[in-house]
Design a protein around this ligand. Structure first.
Ligand code: PLP
Length: 391
């Protein structure tokens, strides 16, 4: 008999899609994959630092909370880039943002607690919240308001059982960025109602058109006290497979999270942490991130222009991330659901995206533009042709 805890768990649909695309490619199919949630560039400089660490014997256990020099460098990064003050003892390194989020939820959630989850949401949040015995309370966001969360939208969903709010700005899958004034009101509401903020900042590096990224913990000391600032090297430095993420929060929580680390993963792979350290200390890494941001910004413009011209499709121009989230509900209704539509696009059009229902938004399709401009053009042309033949 399986434990009740795992009996409803679903595999991450984004990873399942990548596996399916890989299988089709192995079978010789020419598939355009818009599924990947990872940058398509290499990180040779960081690999060299990791290799040096390996050869100099950094292959043993490391402290559970992370290498002291990495936590120190993270404290500096958080201060210099995000204007938020954390001591190294308030920072814990774990296996990617995904594991960090799970440890944060384990630390703060009890059976029956409610967690506010603005929707569309990243696929993993509800699963992790439920694994902790808590209940995700979906806060629907609207395409007409650019999928931006406001305090006014949030407030009616707060109850006596509300324990935390998940913020993900820039958002996967919509690319929405919460402006500073809205964030201030949301954060104040959380302070007043004693609600933790779990701020997933994985896409902070990918914000376009001069839009400002704001870390909630930087807003005030009161907000700082209730906030878990979660981030990773995965997206910013194209280090998804390295599995290095971190959380910054008041020390009493950091200590608990480090203890959970010590009883589960022990520590993040020691030499990978040295690679991560070089991402923070090697000045060339900043240039690398800047180039990536410029590349994604151009690709976003191309994808947006092409998608908005498809009949019966609406699309919000993303302000951040490397995703775009067109509304294809006119077509998905014809086929019954966005799952069937995504399958149809893959079978008929040889083009893959993740159905919106995986993110709590039936009728949409998430496309990741971590592919070349030429591939974007080809893939969207395939989507358009396949959709038009449904008319
Ligand atoms: N948070 C969001 C919003 C994501 O999109 C992802 C990955 O897709 C993660 C967290 C997980 O990041 P990591 O690979 O560092 O575990």
């Amino acid at each position: 008999m399986l434990a009740r805890r795992v009996s409803h768990i679903k595999p991450a649909p984004t990873l399942a899609l990548s596996t399916k695309i890989d299988q089709l490619k192995v079978q010789g199919e020419d598939v355009v994959g818009f599924g990947a949630g990872e940058p398509d560039c290499d990180t040779p400089k960081l690999k060299a630092a990791c290799e040096r660490a390996l050869w100099s014997g950094k292959t043993k256990y490391a402290p559970s909370a992370g290498l002291p020099e990495l936590r120190q460098a993270l404290a500096r990064k958080l201060w210099e880039e995000n204007s938020v003050e954390y001591r190294p003892s308030e920072i814990v390194v774990s296996s990617g943002a995904k594991m960090v989020l799970y440890l944060v939820f384990l630390t703060i959630l009890d059976e029956g607690d409610e967690v506010l989850l603005p929707s569309p949401y990243w696929v993993t949040y509800p699963e992790q919240i439920m694994l902790c015995g808590a209940k995700p309370v979906v806060v629907p966001l609207n395409e007409d308001t650019g999928f931006v969360l406001t305090a006014r939208i949030l407030e009616p969903y707060i109850s006596k059982r509300t324990k935390a709010l998940v913020l993900n700005s820039p958002s996967n899958p919509t690319g929405a960025v919460i402006p500073r004034n809205e964030l201030e009101e949301i954060a104040q509401l959380c302070v007043d109602r004693r609600i933790f903020i779990v701020s997933d900042e994985c896409y902070e590096a990918f914000v376009y058109d001069g839009e400002e990224f704001v870390s909630p913990a930087s807003l005030s000391r009161e907000v700082w006290k209730i906030t878990f600032t979660v981030n990773a090297f995965s997206k910013t430095y194209s280090m998804t497979g390295w599995r290095v993420g971190y959380v910054a929060c008041p020390e009493k929580y950091a200590k608990m999270i480090a203890d959970l680390n010590s009883q589960t993963i022990s520590n993040v792979t020691t030499f990978a942490q040295y690679g991560a350290l070089s991402a923070l200390t090697d000045p060339r890494a900043k240039e690398f991130v800047k180039t990536m941001r410029e590349t994604f910004s151009k690709r976003r413009n191309i994808a947006y222009e092409l998608l908005k011209d498809i009949p019966h499709v609406s699309v919000v121009k993303p302000k951040g991330t490397f995703y775009i989230f067109p509304n294809l509900s006119y077509y998905s209704k014809k086929l019954g659901s966005d799952l069937v539509l995504a399958d149809y696009l893959l079978e008929k059009g040889k083009v893959a995206g993740v159905p919106g229902s995986a993110f709590g938004a039936e009728g949409y399709l998430r496309l990741s533009y971590c592919v070349s401009e030429e591939t974007i053009r080809e893939g969207i042309w395939r989507i358009r042709t396949a959709l038009e033949s449904l008319e």
